[in-house]
Design a protein around this ligand. Structure first.
Ligand code: ADP
Ligand code: MG
Length: 698
């Protein structure tokens, strides 16, 4: 039966080599199975016909049944039209063509029953239907129910493969598959979820008798698709856990204990404690840890990372923490040095701008084991960076690193070092279950005490004068302010001018020596960037004008105002990240979103979401709805998914059901040995064979 489904589409009656080539390039349809999975995107109820005498008023889609009585052409040259007089038992109407009728005319049959579909219009005093869809009644495949509409393209249209043409191909295919579409889910699951059988669903999705049946068919196919995805994730997780040995960290060690008892600057939040416990457990299992730590901006992930690394050190290993930008790596380095200032732990920093001499020293200390913690950027990935005994790697702001890059860190010791991935962009549950189904997930769902919520407002250009006034008030209170501009690659020079104009306007309104203004952007030399950043961190400047280089991680607790210019050009998660730069101290903080007067509906939705929510998880849910999962996770991962019918943004509930079903299955039959699960085992085997082993490192 697999063989039949794998038949090249060329061999379906009515296709042939030319159309096959087009179906491949235009719609990715190579085989019978691909056509079977080219699901309709909507249906039209074709079970009822209008009577011509009762046609509804003007410009409505109508469907009538009858015969053509006569055909005539009227006019000359470009004004030429063709009229066909069409009648049912109640009256007559004109079908009209303004072009293309030289091809249509020869095919029209008089006194033969047609179904006519189109928009009825009143022209002068008589009814007509321009450019109707005509189908011989004898050729209609699904007389009782809904007619399916299929996606097509212009090139396919030109070869007769418009929606109707595709419908016809499907109509040719389905009878050949009757009785041959075997079930791939076990009976108990079908009962439990009240699913159509696979064959019934595949037939009904193309030829449903009613909207209700179409919807049940959709549910079955979505469930099946998501179930196999979840099962795949769980199986990969299983096999990763089994295959990969990890270093055992038996104790928390002296360094952890000393730090925890003597130098911890504040008590941990309960969420931080819980996460440390979860990590501790992983370290005892002898398996490789692959854990994702989600926590909103400002939730205190750095401290968790440090405590995790101290455990590694206490067990005789080295640790590394990798950040996506130099500024952020610097900041981690400073924060960690600061936390550890009273302890004898050697911390190094390695970035693209580390001098050659220093680099040589670091390389040596890594190799001879003198270096305990290495902080850095991508520079850590280079092959020349060799450790004596690397035991734990922390990766901050995970999704900025590619999958292949992360894999490199795995090879820096005999067994792969444990990995803790930290992200401040909370991932909606449905996505996390799907993309990170093979990772263990920890969540910090609590901010350190004493944080005041950030007031967010959305303003237009007319607010500018008052904005500057407000900024002055805040500076008078001793606060510092960020002003952020978008700098997006495609329009770089334009954006750059905006940034510079903005900087000048601010410098004029906030003159020296009373006010000090810093600027940081991507085109500056790293040392200049750093110098300006440090001035702001030390409180020497009042305003930091910047591009999104400050997006992640920067920590200046005295900064209490975040102004985001052209806020409509930022995505939701980016806005939330930027806002997370303030509200870190004890002072009341503000985020002001400045936008153009005319912004799209979607941009407005983003602004509204920011104004009413401070919750990263809620924001990421909205982000998912607005942008779809592909954008959210990066194209690389979305391509792997290749979902035919489900939509992760909309089908969250089915994802959960599928996840539960997959879990239950594996709990009862972890190796899929029960006879009842054999069809399923075969199906998942085929799926796994086709896909690259990306789950291991994703
Ligand atoms: P993020 O999770 O965004 O990386 P950070 O680790 O930068 O957050 O922490 C934000 C701020 O909160 C830092 O100044 C940090 O020192 C402080 N912090 C972390 N944990 C606690 C805690 N338990 N109590 C009080 N402040 C904390
Ligand atoms: Mg951070």
């Amino acid at each position: 039966m697999n063989q039949l489904l794998d038949t090249p589409i060329e061999f379906l009656k009515g296709v042939g080599p030319q159309r096959a080539a087009l179906l491949q390039t235009e719609l990715g349809i190579f085989t019978f199975n691909d056509l079977l999975q080219h699901y309709p995107f909507r249906y039209l109820d074709r079970s009822t016909y209008h009577k011509i005498k009762d046609l509804p008023y003007v410009d409505n889609y109508v469907q009538i049944k009858g015969v053509i009585q006569s055909i005539k052409e009227i006019g000359t040259g470009r004004g030429k039209k063709m009229f066909a007089r069409f009648s049912d038992e109640t009256g007559s109407i004109d079908l009209v063509w303004f072009q293309g009728f030289q091809w249509i005319k020869p095919n029209l049959k008089l006194n033969t029953e047609y179904q006519v579909f189109g928009r009825a219009k009143i022209y002068g005093s008589s009814w007509n239907i321009p450019h109707p869809e005509l189908t011989l009644l004898s050729e209609i495949t699904n007389k009782s129910g809904l007619q399916a509409f299929y996606n097509s393209t212009e090139k396919l249209n030109a070869k007769g493969l418009h929606s109707k043409g595709i419908e016809k191909l499907v109509g040719t295919l389905l009878p050949q598959l009757q009785g041959k579409l075997s079930e791939n889910l076990p009976d108990w699951m079908i009962q439990e979820q009240h699913l159509f059988s696979r064959e019934k669903a595949l037939f009904a999705i193309h030829l449903p008798d009613s909207e209700q049946i179409a919807s049940k068919a959709r549910f079955r196919l979505k469930f099946e698709e998501l179930f196999f995805l979840q099962l795949e994730m769980l199986l990969r997780k299983e096999s990763t856990g089994k295959k990969l040995k990890g270093y055992v960290f038996n104790e928390v060690g002296n360094q952890f204990t000393e730090f925890y008892e003597k130098h911890l600057p504040f008590p941990l939040t309960n969420a931080q404690k819980r996460v440390i416990k979860e990590i501790r457990k992983d370290f005892l299992t002898g398996k490789h840890m692959n854990r994702l730590l989600q926590g909103d901006v400002g939730s205190g992930k750095t401290l968790v990372a440090l405590l995790t690394m101290l455990i590694g050190i206490g067990n005789g290993f080295q640790a590394a923490i990798m950040a996506p930008t130099e500024i952020l790596a610097n900041q981690h380095f400073i924060a960690i040095k600061d936390f550890l200032s009273k302890m004898n732990i050697n911390v190094g920093l390695l970035t693209g701008s580390t001098k050659k001499k220093e680099r040589a020293i670091i390389h040596e200390q890594l190799l001879n084991g003198e270096m305990d913690i290495l902080v850095g950027t991508h520079a850590l990935l280079e092959d020349v960076v060799q450790f004596k005994n690397l035991g734990i790697v922390v990766i901050d702001e995970q999704h900025r690193f590619g999958v292949a890059q992360r894999a490199k860190m795995w090879r820096k010791n005999v067994n792969p070092p444990h990995v803790l991935i930290m992200t401040a962009t909370p991932i909606p549950r449905t996505l996390a279950m799907t993309f990170y189904g093979d990772l263990d997930v920890s969540v910090i769902d609590e901010l350190p005490p004493g944080r005041k919520p950030i007031s967010t407002i959305h303003k237009f250009e007319s607010y500018r004068v008052r904005l500057f006034g407000f900024m002055k008030e805040q500076i008078a209170l001793g606060r510092q302010i960020y002003v952020v501009y978008p700098l997006i690659k495609e329009s770089e020079s334009l954006d750059f001018n905006n940034l510079m104009d903005g900087y000048e306007a601010i410098s004029r309104s906030f003159p020296k020596p009373q006010y000090q203004v810093s600027i940081v952007h991507g085109q500056m030399r790293p040392e200049d960037k750093d110098f300006e950043m440090q001035r702001f961190i030390k409180g020497e400047t009042h305003i930091m004008v910047a591009t999104t280089v400050i997006e992640v991680g920067v920590n200046v607790p005295n900064a209490s105002v975040m102004v985001i210019e052209s806020a409509e050009r930022f995505g939701l998660s980016q806005l939330h990240q930027l806002r997370g730069r303030v509200g870190r101290g004890a002072e009341k903080s503000y985020c002001i979103l400045m936008t153009g007067d005319k912004i799209s509906k979607e941009s407005m939705k983003r602004m509204e979401t920011m104004v009413h929510s401070n919750d990263g998880f809620e924001i990421s849910e909205v982000d998912l709805q607005l942008r779809g999962p592909g954008d959210l996770m990066g194209t690389q991962q979305s391509g792997v998914l290749d979902l035919k019918i489900s939509n992760l943004a909309r089908d969250g509930q089915i994802v959960t059901l599928a996840r539960e079903a997959a879990k239950k299955l594996l709990e009862e039959d972890p190796n899929l040995t029960l006879p009842a699960n054999q069809s399923l085992k075969e199906a998942i085997r085929t799926i796994l064979k086709k896909k690259p082993n990306w789950g291991r490192i994703a």
